[in-house]
Design a protein around this ligand. Sequence first.
Ligand code: ADE
Ligand code: ZN
Length: 319
Amino acid sequence: MSLPKAELHLHIEGTLEPELAFALAARNGVALPYADTEALRKAYEFEDLQSFLNLYYELMTVLRTEQDFADLADAYLARAAAQGVRHAEIFFDPQAHGARGVGMGTVVEGLWRALGRSEETHGISTQLILCFLRDESAASALDTLRAAEPYLDRIAGIGLDSAEVGHPPAKFREVYEAAAALGLRRVAHAGEEGPPEYITEALDVLGVERVDHGLRCMEDPALVERLVRERIPLTLCPLSNVRLRAVDTLADHPLPAMLDAGLLCTVNSDDPAYFGGYAGDNFDAVRRTLGLSEDRLRELARNSFTASFLEHDEERRAR
Ligand code: ADE
Ligand code: ZN
């Protein structure tokens, strides 16, 4: 659906559609262990977050040059624009590219070729959020932040993603403090597969202003009350939750209960090439399956701007 909206939870590497993956593999002489796009699509059956991440990291090895990252971002922006996205805050995973020798400059400058002209070409304003891989060490995260320093004019904030369980937010206290001192905005994935305590820790130890997923807050009424009271936005990803089995079916998704509880929920696509839909597809799915009213859908679209960094920038300027 084309209700104007902001997308706040989107991994650019998760927008790599099979067709583009094969085109980039051919361009860069990378062999993919799948006969064709059809065979690759058949591998999109996930048991949990880790089984998805294995494929996600494997496929992104086709990304090598600045132009690859520019093509990836342009393809995403075109699809997002067609589904009503007007502003996008986009995650990227530099450590996953550094592992095969693709440096921070290649990733950021490549993405910027598309993002820097996105308002003119796609009608979408953008911000970049550098994510640390939480299953890598805290020292590696600090090295990554140092490597990003020459590019901070292009990077709005930091996030935390990858395998959640066993990697609590507090592991990254130091790098979040360093990022805050550099003036970067802070978000983190928490409560996707990990327990509600990780959400509390992300708020208290990392100082995040927004929680990515946050789904499992519903297991802790006191935490829900706090999130409502402090107006902490949650970036929910309903189709992702189904495909990664955080919920059994979309009909079981707690989004309606979360809205009823007064939580500042937003609807996003996470890794749309893998999970069966972009931002508008996620809106359509929750409308159809969860029976959300037009008022609720408008609330979700409004929340997406309220929860964005843009809103806070304006508030900051007004102060
Ligand atoms: N990286 C890409 N998608 C992710 C997700 N849904 N959770 C954690 N890390 C991710
Ligand atoms: Zn995510």
